[in-house]
Design a protein around this ligand. Structure first.
Ligand SMILES: [Zn+2]
Length: 463
């Protein structure tokens, strides 16, 4: 049984699927007008891990994540750069997938583009206008939130209190400050699609409700996104589904923020400015491990210090992979039943990890259990129980693989000569020949490596 915190009900509860064995899942994707930032990386990693774990548990997962390829930011950038909206969207969409592939995220099963679904959006808005759920103003069409009795369910506040907190807007044609744009009329020179209520473009909230229901069908299982999208974006998606009389997501899950401490995010302070920047400076797997070590609903800090800490932990895992010559496993279709023969001791590790991950994706506890397993495996091998140690190491490898983290038993960036020196230094240390170990350390440093003594042997990395 998989349990997940449901943001709508405010409690951890069993994932009750529309169809046993199949899970339909929608994640709000990017608006493609700039490079992905570190928060986007966390979002993608959190739901990539969830998707992989559900698959590993035997569910047939259908994962949809959209691309918003038309909006004000795209229009503004195109104007600033003297290019077309299409060019901006295409360029930054390819940047997006390049970065997401680099962090080891599997591609969604479907990636609907807003501009390909405008007809269906126009149909929905036409229906709302006919039933007076929406109204026309001089700049577009708005949704009347007072027509949805339980508006505010995701925000956890009734309409009245949301209304008193809403900022007053310049547009006095709106019936309420909470009413939101379903359609924006095109200004001269802007891209526009035909509609009976005026040529223009769809509002963001309308895109997601139309594409999620269009591809996953009524009553799909799980809608995910960042906490910052819960209100008003997800509230407004849901309001439209309610107004259209279509059962919407059975479960809502939201992940937490990325923090950069009290420091302003800037390159001069050594912080990372974009995901691309981060990936140029670290092993992408270190970011995945950092994400795994925090609960998805908690905020995480991404700083040079937390990344360096994750890099050290990753080096310990890779050292184990070298010791036991483990294969790299991280296929999205990795399944428990097919890829690995589970011995009794391996099953015990699996059960601890499954207990954690099935309980609201508790990745920090799963990772802690696996690092205990690492220590046990090394200790067993040190005592000469190679076979017992290898069983544990293989279980660890399979379970990290189930979370999308592939261990490397050979490191591509470490050249042959340096790898040999590292091995000689480990032998020298094991023989307690400290002067020889120091001599080899100096040799590695002269080759440009940072040398550290890990609990499982010598670690080398570029500064
Ligand atoms: Zn959305």
């Amino acid at each position: 049984m998989i349990r997940l915190f449901d943001s709508l009900r405010g409690e951890v509860r069993e994932l009750e699927l529309r169809e046993p064995g199949r899970l339909s899942m929608y994640s709000c994707g990017p608006t493609v007008y700039d490079l992905p930032h570190i928060g986007h990386g966390r979002q993608t990693l959190v739901w990539d891990v969830a998707r992989r774990w559900f698959t590993f548990r035997g569910l047939d997962v259908h994962f949809v994540s959209n691309i918003t390829d038309i909006d004000d930011n795209i229009i503004n950038r195109a104007e600033r750069e003297g290019t077309s909206e299409e060019e901006v969207a295409t360029r930054f969409e390819s940047e997006w997938w390049r970065a997401m592939t680099s962090i080891g995220a599997a591609m969604p099963d479907d990636t609907p583009h807003a501009t390909q679904w405008v007809e269906q959006m126009v149909e929905l808005i036409t229906d709302f206008l006919e039933r007076d759920v929406a109204y026309v103003t001089s700049d577009g069409v708005y949704f009347d939130v007072s027509r949805v009795a339980d508006y505010g369910s995701l925000a956890g506040q009734p309409l009245e209190s949301l209304r008193s907190g809403a900022r007053v807007e310049a547009n006095d044609e709106k019936r309420s400050a909470l009413d939101f744009a379903l359609w924006k009329n095109a200004k001269p020179g802007e891209p526009a699609w035909p509609a009976p209520f005026g040529d223009g473009r769809p509002g963001w909230h309308t895109e997601c409700v139309v594409m999620s229901l269009g591809l996953l069908g009524d009553d799909f299982d799980l809608h995910v996104g960042g906490l910052d999208l819960k209100f008003p974006h997800h509230e407004n998606e849901r309001a439209q589904a309610v107004a259209a009389d279509r059962p919407f997501a059975r479960h809502w899950a939201h992940h937490g923020w990325v923090m950069v401490g009290n420091e302003k995010m800037s390159k001069s302070l050594g912080n990372f400015t974009s995901l691309t920047d981060l990936l140029e400076r670290t092993d992408a797997r270190a970011y995945r491990l950092l994400v795994l070590r925090s609960h998805y609903r908690s905020p995480i800090e991404v700083t040079p210090a937390t990344i360096a800490d994750a890099e050290r932990a990753l080096a310990r895992l890779d050292a184990l992979a070298r010791r036991f010559a483990l294969p790299a496993l991280a296929g999205v279709k990795l399944e428990r039943s097919t890829d690995f023969t589970w011995s009794t001791s391996a099953l015990a590790v699996f059960e601890r990890v499954a207990l954690a991950l099935d309980d609201d994706l508790d990745t920090p506890n799963a990772v802690a259990a696996l690092f205990e397993t690492l220590a046990t495996a090394n200790a067993m091998a040190d005592r000469g129980d190679e076979a017992g140690a290898a069983e544990l190491a293989q279980a660890l490898n399979a379970l990290f693989g189930a979370m999308g983290l592939a261990l490397h038993s050979s490191d591509d960036d470490v050249d042959q000569a340096s790898a040999e020196l590292r091995g000689q230094r480990d032998l020298a240390r094991a023989a307690k020949d400290w002067s020889e170990a120091d001599r080899i350390r100096d040799e590695l440093v002269a080759l440009g490596w940072v040398v550290e003594d890990g609990p499982d042997g010598t670690l080398i990395r570029r500064p």
